[in-house]
Design a protein around this ligand. Sequence first.
Ligand SMILES: Nc1ncnc2c1ncn2[C@@H]1O[C@H](COP(=O)(O)OP(=O)(O)OP(=O)(O)O)[C@@H](O)[C@H]1O
Ligand SMILES: [Mg+2]
Length: 608
Amino acid sequence: MPPMNAKSADTRKPKNTKATIKRLMSYLNEDKVKIGLAFVCVLVSSMTNLAGSYMLRPIINNLVADVSAAERISTLAINLVKMASIYAAGVLAAFFQARIMIGVSQRALLKLRGDLFEKLQDLPVRFFDTNNTGDIMSRFTNDVDTIGEMLNSTLVQIFQGIVSLIGTLILMFYTNFWLSIVTIVVAPIMAKIGTTIASRSRKRFSRQQAELGKVNAYIEEIVTGQKVVKVFCHEDKVIDEFETLNDSLKNAQIKAQFAGGMMGPSMNAMSQVNYTLTAGVGSILVILGRLGKFGGLGKKGLFSALDIGGLTVFVNFSRQFSRPINELAQQLTIVMSALAGAERVFDVMDREPESDRGDIVLDHIHGDVVIDDITFGYNPDKTILKDVSIYAHPGQKIALVGSTGAGKTTITNLITRFYDIDKGKITIDGIDIFDINRDSLRENIAVVLQDTHLFTGTVMENIRYGRLDATDAEVRNAAVTSNAHSFIQHLPDGYDTVLEGDGSNLSQGQRQLLNIARAALSKAPILILDEATSSVDTRTERDINKGMDTLMENRTTFVIAHRLSTIRNADAIMVLEHGVIIERGSHEELLAQKGRYYELYTGLKELD
Ligand SMILES: Nc1ncnc2c1ncn2[C@@H]1O[C@H](COP(=O)(O)OP(=O)(O)OP(=O)(O)O)[C@@H](O)[C@H]1O
Ligand SMILES: [Mg+2]
C-alpha cells in the first residue's frame, strides 16, 4: 500500500543521479546491441497491443454495417485473423524481450557482484572495523537485488508505459478528436483527486503508525518492568494509562482504515465517472454524426464522425490512458531506490584500497624486528599508542602484558600493517615495513588472532589456511605440534570433519587450538600470538604452551597473554598501560622492581 512505503522510498534517493546512471550503464556496455534489440521488441509488443485493441473497431463496424451476410462473415474472418496475428506478434516480441533482458541484467549483476567482492578483498581492515557486517552484506543483497529488478523489468516497463501512453493518445485522436479532448481534460482532474485522497490517507496512516508505536512501547515497558509495577502496586494506574493510549489508537485506526478503505472505491468511482462521461459524450457524438453534424458520416481526417466501433475502442483507450501514468510513478520509485543502491555499491568500490607503496620482497629474513618510537590512533582525535619502542632480536620472545584496552592488539595490528602508523617506524631486518610488499610482509608473519575465524570446510582445510601448499602430512604435524591432534582424532570424521558457521560445532578451546595449528603450519620467521590461551582450561593451556614452545623455536615471537604464567620465560616483557610502555625487562627483573608487573603477577592490586 503506497502510504506505508512512502517513507522508506523517500530515504532512498540517489545523490548524484547522472554519474550513477552513467557508471551503471558501463556494466551494460558489452550488451548494447542486445539491449537495442530488446527495446525494439518492447516497441513492437506495445504497438501490437494498441493495434490489436484498435482492430475491434472494424470488427464491430462490420457487424452493424449495411452488407450481405456472406460479406459480413468473410470480413469478420479476415479481421479476426488479422487481430490474432497482431496479438501473436506482440506475444512473441514480449517473450524475446524478457529473454534478452534477463540475460543482460543477470550478466551485469554477475559483474557487479564480482567487482564488489574483489574490491572487498582489497580494502583495509579499517573498513571492516568501521562498517557493520549487516551494512556490508546489504550491498550484496538488497542493493544488488533492486538494481537487478530495475535492469530486469522496470526500465522496460517504463519504456513500455511511455510508448503505450503516446500510442493510446495518438489512437484516441485518430479515433475521435472531440472525445479525446474530453478525456485529456478529465484525466488530470481525476489524477489530482486521486493524489489528494492518497496523501490524505497517507497522513492518517502515519498517525496510526505513531499511535501503534506508542501502544507497543508502553506494553513492552510494562511487561519488562512488571515486577516493579507489582512491587509498587501500580496496576490500576498502569491500566488507566494504557486505556488512554489504546483509545487514541482505536480512533486513529478508524480514520486511517476508513481513508484506506475508501481509496480503492473512490478511485474506482472516478474511473466509472470518466467511463460514463466518455460513453455519454461519445454516444452523443455518434448520434450527431449520424445526423450529419459534427463532422458527419463519410468525412475523413481529424474531424471524422464517431462510429459505433470507434466508440467501443475509445472507451477502452480512455480507460487504458490513466493506467500507465499511475504505474510510471511506482516504477520511478523503483528506479530511484535502485540508483540509491547502485550508489551504495559504488561507494564501496571507490573506497581507498589498502596502501601498498613498497615492492621489496622479503627472502629468508632473520626476523629482527624494531618498533621505533611509534605513535598511533585509530581516529585522529584519539591517540592509542604513545612513543612505543620495542626491539626484538631474531628468535627472541617478547611478551606484551597490560590491562584490557591498553593497546596490545593494536601494536600487532601495526606490525602486520592492518593499520598504518602515524608517527615512527617499524623495520624488519632493517627494512621499513612500508617498503616491503604487503603480501610478502604478511607471508613472513604468522598470526594467531585474538578473534579469529574458522571457515566452512573440513578441519584439514581449515588448518591448511595457514599455508595453502602444505601436504596432509604437514597439516597433521602442525596439529601435533600445537596439541590439536588429540581432539581432532576424537571428532566423528577426524581431519575430515566438516566445520560449520565459524566452527560452532567446536568448543572455544578447540577452535583456538585449530588457530594455533594454522600458525604452526606457516613457516614464517615472525610469530604473533594474541591471547592464544585465553579460552582454554589449565590442562589444555599447559598442552598449548608446550606446543607453542616448539612453535616459537627459532622464531621472533610477540606473545600477548593475560595469564602471566605463560610468559615467564620471555626474553623481555613489556608492560603497557594506556598505550605507553611503563615497564620493561625480564620476569625476574620486573618482579624485583615491585611495580605494575609485580601487581599484575601477584594480584596484589586489582586490575583496573
Ligand atoms: N578498530 C578500532 N577502532 C577504534 N578504536 C579501537 C579499535 N580497536 C581498538 N580500539 C581502541 O584502542 C584501544 C586499545 O585496544 P586494543 O585492542 O589494542 O587493546 P588490548 O590491549 O588488546 O586489549 P585486550 O586485552 O582486551 O585485548 C582501546 O581503547 C580500544 O577501544
Ligand atoms: Mg587485544
